[in-house]
Design a protein around this ligand. Structure first.
Ligand code: NAG
Ligand code: NAG
Length: 514
């Protein structure tokens, strides 16, 4: 009896021990002022605080309502928050503009952050942090701060990996099957698309190294004395929490320290505002939802494209809810509800919403998948091309390119995704996505705590460290191809010279005989 009691007590103590999480001192550094990015990270940071960790967050988006254990170091007001800035167009020129936009704003935001006195007090007071969580995007500035604070780093993304993240984590970038984030090929690119991806990848990596990492390191030096190259600090990141899920983004080759946690930002749907709810619920044939996100302005669509969209919508019996920044649409169609702000997640959660016409930002795409709404994917820039390819390849929707957008092509595509069989398939993919051993949020929190608990083990794959000539096996190739070549060459030389000698001997004999 006593021993049973003893066992039970032991068990209870164990349970208590495992449930009790030691509160961590967590520093979040999110110095990119992109609203759509912070939308993703905020729920994660709040959840860390809710679970008892002491969370300090440097960002442009301080919480509106105070939260226990959550302290803001606000950068708000220092720069203009990025939204509604890109016109809807696509070209290589846009790609170049994006590269310079990324490095320029990354550098500016780093400088602004480092000059902030409250931020400086983090290292001037020698505050000890158990882990730094930060966004991996267009600036490695936070890695220098984490180095100065001697804290392990967990990196988060709100999109697929950018070109410079592959080398950072030792993830193979093989353009023949790895979907390239900025272009269209998906996992089955044509030869042209592979060449395109390779060139754009080299270009972006070059720009990042010389116009972002180098100047950023120079900005960090006055504050921390010695800071290693940021490429090296990038390789020291313990865990990368990427906003992927293989059900949607396809099965990728990731090392063990990259975790797919896509979907943790999706909140429980809230009731819709009355007017919108009535509009949706009173639709006889369901609703199509249109949004081109917070960074693109649908009112900058050319007249021709706008007419094409309106033409296609007018042929369908469905009602339409459209995030549109203008005050009216030409012709004021009665079946279209427009507003410049819409509760997207709550709309997509409504069972009457049958299709989502989207620019394929990672947030909207994830929400569409979460709620099992078939998508018409029209990518414009950034990670949208690879998201659109993933949507089509996984069966969640169909792609339409902006340059091919006409009334007929759009109508055709919308009709296909509105078919009940198409929807049933999307619902089954969505169910597979929901079927996970740990929710994406639990997983993200677990691996963050893990990185803080186990600082001394090896996280990175050796692939991140081997020199490029070894990574590409150029040395092996040159031996395997080179040695036989040398042997053949030498043999050929010997044979040639001996046969020449023999030939000359014959000639000599012949001439003597004459
Ligand atoms: C929480 O973090 C702040 C740094 O932002 C630190 O000053 C404070 O001492 C921490 N609190 C606890 C209980 O560790
Ligand atoms: C990690 O390793 C260092 C150096 O080997 C050692 O001083 C430190 O105590 C170790 N930390 C943990 C948590 O084991």
């Amino acid at each position: 009896m006593k021993s049973i009691l003893h066992r039970a007590l032991q068990f209870a103590v164990l349970l208590f021990y495992f449930n009790e999480v030691t509160p961590l001192n967590v520093l979040g550094i999110f110095h990119h002022p992109g609203k759509s990015h912070f939308f993703v990270f905020e729920p994660f940071l709040k959840e860390l605080a809710n679970r008892g960790h002491n969370v300090t967050v440097v960002s442009h988006f301080p919480l509106k309502a105070p939260l226990k254990n959550y302290r803001d170091i606000s950068l708000a007001g220092k720069v203009k928050v990025i939204e509604d800035v890109f016109p809807i167009e696509r070209s290589y020129l846009t790609l170049m503009k994006i590269s310079s936009f990324l490095v320029k704003t990354g550098n500016t935001n780093c400088e602004l952050m480092l000059e902030d006195e409250q931020v400086q007090s983090l290292w001037k007071t020698n505050t000890k942090f158990d882990v730094v969580v930060t966004e991996l995007f267009n600036s490695d500035c936070p890695l220098g701060i984490a180095y100065g604070l001697k804290a392990p780093v967990v990196g988060l993304t709100s999109d697929a990996l950018l070109p410079w993240h592959y080398k950072m984590f030792g993830v193979p970038f093989n353009p023949s099957y790895v979907p390239f984030i900025l272009t269209d090929g998906g996992s089955r690119p044509t030869l042209f698309q592979r060449v395109e991806a390779t060139v754009v990848d080299l270009y972006f990596n070059f720009i990042y190294k010389y116009f972002s990492q180098r100047p950023t390191r120079a900005m960090l030096l006055p504050h921390f004395g010695d800071v290693p190259d940021l490429e090296e600090l990038g390789k020291d990141i313990k865990i990368g929490l990427v906003y992927h899920n293989f059900v949607m983004t396809g099965s990728r080759l990731f090392p063990a320290n990259i975790k797919e946690v896509g979907g943790y930002h999706v909140a429980k749907p809230k009731p819709l505002p009355d007017a919108l709810r009535k509009f949706i619920e009173e639709s006889e044939h369901g609703v199509i939802y249109i949004s081109f996100g917070s960074m693109l302005q649908s009112k900058s669509l050319s007249k021709e494209k706008l007419d094409a969209i309106l033409g296609a919508l007018s042929e369908l019996p469905q009602r339409v809810v459209w995030k549109y920044e203008g005050s009216t649409l030409p012709g004021n169609p009665e079946n279209i509800f427009i507003s410049d702000w819409l509760p997207q997640n709550d709309i997509l959660a409504h069972p009457k919403v049958l299709a989502f016409y989207s620019h394929c930002g990672m947030l909207g795409t994830t929400e569409g998948m979460y709620h099992g709404v078939p998508m018409v994917a029209m990518p414009i820039f950034g990670d949208q091309p690879s998201n659109a390819a993933a949507i089509e390849e996984s069966g969640l929707g169909l792609r339409i390119q902006l340059k091919e957008l006409t009334k007929e092509t759009l109508l055709n595509t919308l009709r296909k995704v509105l078919r009940p069989e198409f929807r049933a398939n999307v619902k089954s993919i969505s169910r597979a996505w929901h079927d996970q051993p740990l929710s994406p949020m639990d997983s993200a929190i677990f691996w963050t705590e893990y990185a803080a608990r186990h600082t001394n083990i090896t996280y990175r794959t050796r692939a991140a460290d081997v020199p490029t000539y070894q990574y590409l096996n150029l040395d092996i190739l040159s031996i395997l191809v080179g040695i036989p070549l040398v042997v053949v060459f030498v043999l050929c030389k010997i044979w040639c010279s001996s046969s020449k000698k023999a030939g000359r001997g014959q000639i000599n004999r012949k001439s003597k005989m004459q």
